[in-house]
Design a protein around this ligand. Sequence first.
Ligand code: AMP
Length: 186
Amino acid sequence: MLGPPGAGKSTQAENLARLLAVPHVSTGNLLRREVAEGTPLGRRVAPLLAKGELLADDLIVEIVLARLGEMGRSGFVLDGFPRTQAQAEALERWERSTGLALDAVVWLEVARPELVRRLTERGRSQDRPDDTSETVRRRLELDAELTSPLKDFYRARGILLDIDGSLPEPDVTELILERLRGARRS
Ligand code: AMP
């Protein structure tokens, strides 16, 4: 599940995981849990999360691949990873070494003013201390610089599903499922 912060990745990933009966692997949730529990990893990454900065590629790759290794072949919805070219390449190496392959990469497209509106709203209403105006700006900047280019990477691989994330939540879920069915048939 790819797309800028505020595009609805987690909401849609949760919906899909429930409907497809597979685990939802969210790097953001995983890291926030570590921070809340005060684990060594949590203490290490807390300042980065608070500022909206990304963890080093090596660290997040190690965390995610360990988690995917536990999932076996049952499938999963991956949310919040990869976020950089290096992460995408590490995931590709993992696919080659396990013989597993991503069925699809969902790209949720939402225009920037709507993203800012959603993130500011979320910062007020939910426990997301990283949704402040400064970190929102930083996360959008990192997304534009590092994550958005992955859209072309996956389009070139022929597995990109470009989805209008500005539609109402249930419509987006339905659209993703429809496109996924199409992608699996082709
Ligand atoms: P999210 O909930 O996906 O927006 O992630 C919250 C925060 O966790 C991000 O702002 C980063 O600090 C960190 N994070 C999550 N996923 C990654 C990743 N793939 N690479 C680096 N940092 C990440």
